[in-house]
Each structure stands twice: as C-alpha cells, then as structure tokens.
Ligand binder design. Structure first.
Ligand code: BES
Ligand code: MN
Ligand code: ZN
Length: 501
C-alpha cells in the first residue's frame, strides 16, 4: 500500500480526479464543494438525494453524475450532525469514500473544509489521511486476484497550510504502521513463527532507525525468563525476546517502556482450547504487532520521548515437553508462579517482559495484550480495557486513545481479589481461585511485575480482531493500539508518583 495525501488549492470544479467526494451533513445540508456539484447538475442535487433516500447520515454515500465538473464522478458522503463532527467521523468518512470508489486511483475531496472554524485542521487532516489509507487496506498475500481499492493519490482540497500538509503526511505514515501491524496479525501462524516475528521486528528497526536486540532460547533461559521459556516448552518452535530502542534527536521528554504479548499461536497448551476457541488464535500476537508497528514510525513522527519496546514471543502448544498444570515457573524478577491453567499463558510471558521493562527504570510502562476472553465479555469486540497503578498515567493513555479514535475503557484492579491469586506452593498462581472478573485478576497478576513504575495495561482481546469490515477497519487484524501508542508517546508527560487505582 503506497498512498500519498496532498493538500491542493484546486477548486472543487477543476480537479482532475477520478472521484470528487463532498460532504453532506444530516438533513441533506450540503457541505463545502456541494454547490459546485449542484451547479454542474443544474440544481438537481436535492432531487437526487431525495430520490435515493440519502440523508447525510455518517458514512452514508451516494454516487451522482459529475456533470460538467473536472472529476469523472462525484460522490456525496454523509457526515451526520454538523454540530458534532469529530476527527473520527472524518476518518470514517474518508474510508467510506475510498471503499465506495474501489476503481479510483485519484480521489479528491473537500472534507477538510467540513471542520468548523476554530477546529483543529491539522488533526482533521491526519484523520482524513488515516481513514483513506486504511480504507484501502486488504490482506492480499495469499490471494491470486486483488479486489482492494486502487487508491494511489488522496487529494485534500483546501487553502495552503504547511501544518495541514504535515498532518496529512503524519496520517499516511501512521496508517502504514497500522497496516504493518495488521499484516503481522493476518499472516498465518505457520508463517509468522516467533523467529519470523523477531525478524519482522528487525526489519522495523532497520526502517525506523531503532536499535535491535534479540535473545534466543538459550539466552532466554540464561537470563532467567522462566515464564517465556516455560510457555515455549510445548512447541517445536523456539521462543524469542526482542528489544527495540528508539532514541529521539533532542533531549527526551522521558522514557516509556512498551511490552507486547507475542503468542504467535495459542492452542491453550495442555489446557487445550476447543476447535472454535482456537480458530482465531493466530491473532494472539496483536500486542506485539502494535508495539512493532508503532515503533516503526516513531522517528518519522518525530516522537520526543525515548521508547524501549519488549516483545516476548512464543507459541503455546501441547507438545511432549509442555508445562503441565501444577508446574512452577520462576519469572525474571524472582517471583514464582504455579501454572494451574496453561491457557493463561499471556500473563506468564508478560511477567518476564514487564520485569525487564522495570529494570530499565522508565518513567512509565504500557503493555498491550490479547489477554482475556473475560475482557471481551465485559466490553465487547470494539472496546479495549485499561487497567493500571497510576490514575494520571491511565488518564494520559485514555486521552491519547480518544484523540486517536481507539475506544478504551477503565476497569478496576480490586485489592480484594488479589488473594484469589494466592498459591499453596508458590508466590502466586496464574488463574483466580474464584469465579468472574477474569480481566481484573489477569490485570492484578500483571501488577505484581510492574513494580512501582506508573503502568497501564491494555487488554485488547476484543478490538485486536474485527469480525467484519467497519469504516477504516477491515475484517481480520485491526492493528489496534498503534495509533494510541504513537499519540501518547508524541504528547508524553512524566506521570507523578503512583496512586493505586
Ligand atoms: N489469548 C487468550 C485470550 C483471548 C480469548 C483473546 C479470546 C482473544 C479472544 C488467552 O491466552 C486465554 O486463553 N485466556 C484465558 C484465561 C483463562 C484460562 C484464565 C481465557 O480468557 O479464557
Ligand atoms: Mn491462552
Ligand atoms: Zn493467549
């Protein structure tokens, strides 16, 4: 996918685009550029809209003849209520336009001028570029024929403004990072092994100007990463631990450590999943994909914080040497864990990842993981859960997710439930002894490895994968988390000392 997004001062009536897309607000209120189309059609646009039942609701589209316009075709795109237009509404509108125009190589649009005066045109430009580029995304590696939108040039009509062009460039770059993460997730587990995922991280490091270090299975054992090693034992594929480091040009605004769950296939191990439960488990490395994708674009995005990413990666398989329910593993920070259910494996490898992150003495940590089915029960397929040990830091992450258009919602880490993780023979066990609250007890387990560092945990089990196309999201891996990470790292402020949530 190589889409460019350019700001152009061309008049709507004079674009040479394949498609000219203009916004319409709900109630068929023509947005910017609409007059030009209406004039070209001899004032019949209202009749077209009425005839088609087009109302201008968000993401609604209606193709109309281009009349005497420069473009080959014109497309009306709904933006909903004019008073509540948001960056995400624009992102979705841009994607709707691209999806509705699969043959168009050049799409021009007046959507930017739908931003109300005083609104943030730079953020809007970024959202438009993200929406257009991601709307054109398809995973085609194994298809003989492509049916992806042909989009090459996305031309945003508007007055000249360097900052707005920068916003478009940033949107294209961020979308490419999201697409990269989606590719990693969509790749079958037979191809995206831990070794291959580490190789992809190396490529991201090369392209993104990052330092790259990797531990193989012998070094993982020698470094005391007992959780990662333990989970890997049931598989013939060797595990890897990847460390990526981004150092900004100027004095860093702080240091943030990222940890991404990289289970390239989760069979459940000896606590084997059902066939149904296993079907989508190639996506269990979505946290790792988010970290790799986001880190690939930090330099291009001019992120001012130092960022250290850890990706523990392994398969979770039931081979002859697999860990057994009742086995005890020793995590990097010295804590021992009784593994009573081998399907609660994510927290075991994240425990090592978080321990390594804490050793770097960062100002804050974020981990991302497709951690629990319970989080999907609680928040559904679109919303991620966020937990942590520092309200200020959680607030920063939530603010960034909001601006990035990735829905996340806070869940508690109730101290009353901590004793449910007490083990008879080890420091803790890997599943709760009580019913319910599975996302929370998983979060509580992780908190044991975050030390005193301000830490936020994103359980992305729901939104990491989409079961259907929706706006700029394509069925399959979504790359969830990449946009939030880039945003929160771009605006990072050191959180104040921990207050437990
Ligand atoms: N990878 C799964 C969680 C998951 C489930 C992600 C569904 C996406 C969709 C995780 O490793 C897992 O198996 N969790 C168990 C934990 C349980 C054994 C305590 C779960 O959620 O059932
Ligand atoms: Mn599992
Ligand atoms: Zn898992």
């Amino acid at each position: 996918m190589s889409v460019t997004a350019t700001l152009s001062t061309t008049a709507p009536a004079k674009t040479n685009a394949d498609v000219l897309a203009v916004p319409v607000f709900s109630g068929r209120v023509l947005g910017p550029g609409g007059k030009a189309i209406d004039t070209a059609l001899g004032g019949t646009l209202g009749a077209f809209m009425e005839e088609a039942g087009f109302e201008g609701k968000a993401e609604e589209t209606l193709a109309v003849p281009a009349g005497g316009l420069g473009a080959r075709a014109a497309l009306l795109v709904g933006l909903g209520d004019k008073k509540t237009v948001s960056a995400d509404r624009l992102r979705r509108a841009a994607a709707a336009v691209v999806r509705r125009s699969p043959k168009a190589k050049t799409v021009a649009t007046t959507l930017l001028d739908a931003v109300p005066s005083g609104g943030d045109r730079v953020a809007a430009a970024q959202a438009l570029a993200e929406g257009a580029a991601l709307g054109a995304y398809k995973f085609l590696r194994y298809k003989q024929k492509s049916d992806a939108p042909a989009l090459e040039r996305f031309v945003v009509l508007g007055k000249k403004d360097e900052a707005v062009q920068k916003g478009l460039d940033r949107g294209v770059a961020v979308a490419a990072a999201v697409a990269w993460a989606r590719d990693l997730v969509n790749e079958p587990a037979g191809a995206m092994t831990p070794t291959q995922l580490a190789e992809e991280a190396r490529r991201a490091a090369e392209e993104g100007g990052l330092e790259y270090e990797v531990l193989d299975e012998v070094e993982i054992a020698n470094q005391g990463l007992g959780g990662l090693l333990g989970v890997s034992l049931g598989s013939d594929q060797p595990p890897r631990l990847v460390k990526l480091t981004y150092t900004p040009a100027g004095k860093p605004t702080g240091t943030v450590a990222l940890v991404g769950k990289g289970i390239t296939f989760d069979s459940g191990g000896l606590s084997l999943k059902t066939a149904d439960g296993m079907e989508t488990m190639k996506t269990d490395m979505s946290g790792a994909a988010a970290v790799i994708g986001a880190m690939s674009v930090l330099r291009a995005a001019g992120v001012p914080a130092k960022v250290i990413g850890f990706v523990p990666t392994t398969e979770n398989m039931p081979g002859g040497r697999a860990i057994k329910p009742g086995d005890v593993l020793k995590i990097r920070n010295g804590k021992t864990v009784e593994v009573l259910n081998t399907d609660a494996e994510g927290r075991l490898i994240l425990a090592d990842g978080l321990s390594l992150a804490v050793e770097e003495k960062p100002d804050a940590i974020i981990d991302l993981a497709t951690l629990t089915g319970a989080c999907v029960v609680a928040l559904g397929m679109k919303w991620a859960g966020v937990m942590g040990n520092n309200e200020g830091w959680i607030g920063q992450v939530r603010g960034a997710a909001d601006r990035a258009g990735e829905p996340i919602w806070p869940l508690p880490l109730p101290e009353e439930y901590r004793k449910d993780l007490d083990s008879e023979i080890a420091d803790l066990k890997n599943i709760s002894g009580n019913r319910g609250g599975g996302a929370l007890t998983a979060g509580l387990f992780l908190s044991e490895f975050a030390g005193d560092v301000p830490w936020a945990h994103l359980d992305i089990a729901g939104p990491a994968r989409a079961s259907a196309d929706d706006g700029y999201i394509a069925k399959g891996g979504t790359g969830f988390g990449v946009r939030t990470l880039v945003e929160v790292l771009s605006t990072f402020e050191k959180p104040k000392a921990a207050t437990r949530s």
